[in-house]
Every structure is written in C-alpha cells, then in structure tokens.
Design a protein around this ligand. Structure first.
Ligand SMILES: [Zn+2]
Length: 388
C-alpha cells in the first residue's frame, strides 16, 4: 500500500481582493461586502498625517459610512492600545473594523473587532484558542509587504518592559483582505528591504517547518518565495514600480498564509531578542539572522533547500547538497543586493550582549520546536557570533 497524505488542516481569511488603487474606491467595495456602516479604522499617526487614508475615507463617506479613525498604534504595541482603541470604537458605536497599516495596526484591529462585542476581559484571551464568542466584521488592508498579519490569526502584544504575550484564535482571521499595492509605493527602500526579507523568511521557515508543513502551505510558500525573490531588488530601487510592488504584496500575503498554517522557527526565535533589546525592526532582525540559520539547518534541511533552489533559480545541476548550498548562496547574495545591514555590529549590537541574547532566544520554545535542527543555547550563541 502506498503512503497517503498526512492529515492536515489549512485555515485562512474568508476572502481576498487584489486591485491596484482599490483603496480609492474602498466605500464602494465595502458597501457591497458588509451591511454595517459605522467603521473604526485602526492605523498609525504617520500614515494618517501623511494623507494615505484620505482617498479611502472620502470614498467611505460618499457611500454612507460613518468613519472613526484611531491612529495611536505604535510598533511593538502595548496592551493598553487595545483598550483605548476599543473605547474609541464604543464611543462611536462602531460595528465594523478596518485594520489599515503595518503589522501592528492589523494586529490591534483583530483584537478590537473581538473586544467591541466581548464578554470576557482581554487578560482571559491570551494563549491559544481562548477567545470566546464572535467579533464585529473585520477588513484588513496592509500598507507594507512583509508581516503577513492580514492573513494570520495571531496578535502579539507588549505586556511589560520587554515581555510579550500572544492571542491566537480563529476569530482573529479577517472576513476580507484588500491588497492595494499602490498604498506601498511610498515605503522607503530600507523598509521595503527589511519587510520583504521578513516575508521571504516566512516562506522559507514555513517550507522547512518541522511538524505542520503540508501540501497547501508548501504551495503558498513556493509561490511566495518566487514572487518575493524576483521582485525585492526592483521594489527597493524603483519604489513606484507597480509590477514589483504588487508581486511583493501578494508574495508577502501568500507567505503569511503559509506560516499561519506551518509556523516559523529559529530565524524568528533568534530575531526576537534582538528586537526586544536593541529596538531594531522585525524585518531587519530576520535579515541579520537568516544566513547563519540557513547554514546551520543544512544537515537536515538540504533536500528542502534544494527544492527551493529550483523555485528561485530554475532547474539546477549537481547533487542535493550542492543545490542546497546554491540556494543559501542565492539568498545571501539577494540580501546583499537589497542594501539591508548584514552584520550585528553594523547595527550597534555589542559582542558582550550575545550570551544574554542566546539565553533569551531559548525562551522562544514555541518557535524553536519548528526548526528542522534542534537549537541549544550554545548553538544560539554560535549563530549570533556568526552574525556578528
Ligand atoms: Zn516575521
């Protein structure tokens, strides 16, 4: 008897719409999608003040929506933001939430959509599957191509000085996702590189994830990596390029769907302590750790890296080990070409802090268990030293 497909499940938002410039006709689209009319837009001050929301707001107003904007979202959002955004929504009797911005805005929007009708406190929602009841309708509109937050069911909040806690629940999947890459054209080259590399890491780590990798997450990861690798440099050097921006945004979303179902691993586990202690962006910290972790994983992941070599470079000559090495070299060269900083010392990480970072990385057991090769504290230290 031949072996069948290992059982798996794959979850995702209800619907996805990709259209260049579609935020300009957001009201028209929303009127067709939802019956509710009192919208809370969750975003950040920078986007709001830069006028990025103006066409969308005008279109919503023209189609009979009452719009309230909550623009206090910051990076690494503290849990108090959920409470204040919920209060803003309650005051205006909002019955519909739009998350518009980067990962933090969309993360907050997910929880606010739940909190607007919740009968349990936020503190009871932390963990996996602890959210009870439903939420108000939720649309997600990403303005960066990276986090994949628009298609995941997780929100990470900062609950202490550097401590973070997550809410993971199916209620956090949006009803709909709107991909309008025109919103991403103003993103500076360095932010484009960092967020794009984060998205590539999502695809690679989903493809090599130790336990939940499945045929659908593999398909999403492969297509994501193809789109992202082929368009990263153009998106960085020619920010207004529609084709590159659309490919990056779609690629980041597909990578998000891959890792929502087949979780990320050691690159992220080692990146988080760097972000926590040095306040470096999530994408940048992933870019710094990707090379060392890819090489570390080669003993186990080589067959999968060899498959990814074909995805990004086409048919390759040589044995599995050679093709896997070629994939690692390709990714390193691509990160060099993106202009992102490549060494920890370039971003002012001190050598003395590496043991502390390695110790902190061990706390990311929820991610480390997904790595194809086991990572000990000594391994983590060696990886930081390689990245230094
Ligand atoms: Zn990430």
């Amino acid at each position: 008897m031949t072996q069948g497909i290992r059982p798996f499940s794959f979850t995702s938002p209800g619907a996805l719409h990709l259209e260049w410039g579609s935020a300009r006709r957001l009201g028209e689209l929303m009127a067709g999608w939802f019956s509710q009319r009192r919208v809370l837009i969750v975003t950040d001050k920078f986007l709001h003040q830069a006028g990025l929301l103006d066409p969308a707001k005008a279109s919503l107003a023209a189609h009979g929506f009452e719009v309230t904007v909550f623009d206090d979202v910051v990076a690494d959002p503290p849990e108090a933001l959920v409470q204040s955004a919920t209060a803003a929504g309650h005051n205006a009797r909002c019955d519909l939430v739009i998350g518009l911005g980067g990962g933090s805005s969309m993360d907050i929007a997910k929880l606010v959509a739940v909190m607007l009708v919740a009968e349990q406190p936020l503190a009871a929602m932390y963990g996996i599957g602890n959210v009870q009841g439903q939420r108000v309708p939720l649309l997600q509109v990403p303005t960066t191509a990276g986090t994949g937050s628009e298609v995941t069911n997780i929100t990470i909040l900062t609950t202490g000085e550097t401590t973070k806690m997550g809410v993971v629940a199916d209620q956090l999947y949006a009803d709909r996702v709107l991909l309008d890459a025109e919103l991403t054209t103003g993103l500076p080259a360095m932010a484009t590189a960092a967020t794009g590399i984060d998205a590539m890491v999502h695809a690679i780590e989903a493809y090599t994830s130790a336990h939940k990798k499945n045929p659908l997450s593999d398909a999403f990861a492969r297509e994501a990596l193809k789109l992202l690798t082929q368009n990263l440099v153009t998106a960085c050097t020619d920010g207004g390029n529609r084709q590159a921006r659309e490919a990056m945004l779609l690629g980041a979303t597909l990578a998000g769907q891959a890792f929502a179902n087949s979780p990320v691993a050691a690159v992220h586990a080692l990146a988080y302590p760097l972000g926590g202690h040095y306040h470096l962006s999530h994408g940048l910290t992933n870019a710094l750790m990707l090379g060392p972790v890819l090489r570390f994983n080669l003993p186990k992941a080589a067959p999968l890296y060899a498959e990814l070599a074909e995805v990004v470079m086409g048919q390759q000559q040589g044995d599995t080990a050679a093709r896997a090495q070629a994939f690692v070299a390709y990714m390193e060269a691509l990160m060099d070409a993106s202009g992102a900083p490549r060494r920890l010392r370039d971003v002012k990480v001190s050598q003395e802090s590496l043991p502390m970072l390695a110790k902190d990385a061990m706390a990311q057991s929820r991610l480390l268990i997904n790595n194809p090769v086991e990572v000990t504290e000594a391994d983590a230290l060696a990886l930081y030293q390689q990245a230094f």
